[in-house]
Design a protein around this ligand. Sequence first.
Ligand code: SF4
Ligand code: SF4
Length: 274
Amino acid sequence: MEPILNALAPLWAVCKIPADLPLLPFARQKPLPAGVRCAVCAAFPYRLPEAYDSNRNIARYAVGADYHAVCGARLARACKALRVLFPGEVFEWYCDNAPLPEVALAAHAGLGVRGQHNLLITKAFGTWVFLGEIVTTAALPAKSNASLPKINCRQCPAPCKSSCPTGTLQAGFCREDCVSHISQKKGLLTHEEETALRQAQTAWGCDLCQEACVANRHAQTNPLPEFLQSPTPCLAEETPIEGRAYAWRGRDVLLRNLRILGRVDTKNLYSQAY
Ligand code: SF4
Ligand code: SF4
């Protein structure tokens, strides 16, 4: 099994799914197959070297190819190989659509620890990882190739919180107040929301709490090779959006955000769209 998991991701961990782990209520999640009892949690690093940072105006996770496709292809390949290795057992994969809380499950499996910014902190790559899961009916032995980071959020001055432009991490986190969520909203933004986008200087997503996180100071910057193909750190009016993590939201939302940042004069187009 280990060669399959080593080919899946640089970091992986296998665990029993806790019986009391709450399922997520969202309708877009793929349901869990009946009888699953174990999970493989995988962490896919995506942070590119600093050379790709100049003029970047989107969150790091969106610079490379859409992670759903990249990580999904790896998870699908691993599932196929595991089904051959464990005939008769069910294997199903998820990436950003799991009915299980990904960070809680990954922390339970030993992939990393949950930080005060609610993200998983891995020892090798800090928070700059995508998470994916394979659930199975097979009784897999608990195992991990990851080490836990030596970080204690309770003894940290928490620059992640003070860096947040909306203060939502100080207030217990509300998704509606997170710039990452605001950058994805359709339609007109409020004055406060526009101000938050400008503060974060982002046309898509927000990295400020991760940039500030102490645990990321020594994070490795060697992403999956797929993310080094055609990286696009700076979004502009004419940037093709196909195959990118922001494509699902459509161009109008991106143009609105660019206009708010003053990167492009899309006022006329914006007025027509909204
Ligand atoms: S992503 Fe940005 S807005 Fe959201 S919690 Fe982190 S710093 Fe705050
Ligand atoms: S900045 Fe400190 S408190 Fe915040 S998540 Fe990182 S280690 Fe934890």
